[in-house]
Design a protein around this ligand. Structure first.
Ligand SMILES: Nc1ncnc2c1ncn2[C@@H]1O[C@H](COP(=O)(O)OP(=O)(O)OP(=O)(O)O)[C@@H](O)[C@H]1O
Length: 258
């Protein structure tokens, strides 16, 4: 189990100040969605948590500064699925998923029975067993997304950061992925997902971190974060938010002021 804490995190990319003074804590057993409009800084925050961009402030995993952490150790602690990843090598899906075990392998060593079990388990949970012999570069967008998700699951890291894992998935596989993220959190994982679908985020996540213009504008339980006023202010939409059911549902009615 790991605790990830961002303290006063700021990121500047080129000349653009993209994130400002972000404070956030991500606890074990919690599924957190990072939500916000296009360009708000969600992917940048996901990357900042892994020190993949230069940051001001600190990100700590169980108290250790990620910027100073050896990459292999960080890769064992936090599995990461970036947004819209492209594949360059014509590997089979099984071998692609097997790359998730690299952080655990000593140089030149062979994969163990435990590695094989992790790869099989990840392929099963991401529903890519029937694709295992397919060449990953020849998959559809949704199939590729599931294969890359399986690679992250194969790491068996205590924390998982996934950036727009639902993009290009059909509704059934969207539910499957959200169920999986929930299950990872229920098993003690620290799970962070960048999401655009607010209703799915509200239904599945313990907590939403709403980002706008590089700043955290709300952080809390979905029903507290997703108010009609806030959706108008942040997304520029008129939305009906219903909180009477098992989870809040958001129906977008149109653009504000139109
Ligand atoms: N390398 C870069 N140089 C300059 N600006 C960048 C760079 N990468 C991203 N940005 C800018 O940083 C801002 C935040 O980008 P980011 O990808 O984090 O947004 P996002 O919230 O994930 O958006 P989306 O929902 O569209 O994926 C955007 O304005 C983007 O144009």
């Amino acid at each position: 189990m790991v605790m990830i804490v961002a303290q006063q995190v700021g990121v500047t990319l080129g000349r653009r100040s993209v994130l400002h003074d972000v404070d956030a804590a991500f606890a074990p057993g919690t599924l957190t969605a990072i939500v916000g409009p296009n360009g708000a800084g969600k992917s940048t925050l996901a990357r900042a948590l892994l020190a993949l961009v230069p940051i001001c402030g600190h990100v700590r995993i169980d108290g250790a500064d990620v910027a100073a952490m050896p990459r292999a150790e960080l890769a064992r602690r936090v599995a990461y699925v970036p947004q819209g990843q492209t594949l360059h090598w014509p590997l089979s899906v099984e071998r692609l998923v097997g790359l998730g075990r690299l952080p655990h392998l000593a140089p030149m060593s062979r994969i163990s029975a435990a590695d094989t079990a992790a790869i099989e388990g990840a392929m099963t949970r991401a529903d890519v067993l029937d694709l295992r012999d397919r060449i990953a570069t020849e998959l559809s967008g949704g199939e590729r997304a599931r294969a890359l998700f399986a690679r992250a699951l194969a790491v068996e890291a205590p924390a998982l950061i996934v950036d727009e894992p639902l993009a290009s998935l059909d509704p059934g596989h969207q539910i499957d992925v959200m169920d999986l993220l929930r299950a990872e959190a229920a098993a003690g994982g620290t799970v962070i997902a960048v999401l655009h679908d607010l209703t799915l985020a509200a239904r599945y996540c313990d907590r939403l971190l709403l980002i706008d213009k590089g700043r955290v504008v709300a952080d809390g339980e979905p029903a507290a974060v997703l108010t009609a006023d806030r959706l108008r202010a942040v997304y520029g939409i008129e939305a009906r938010v219903e909180t009477g059911g098992a989870w809040p549902t958001i129906t977008t009615l149109g653009r504000s002021g139109r």
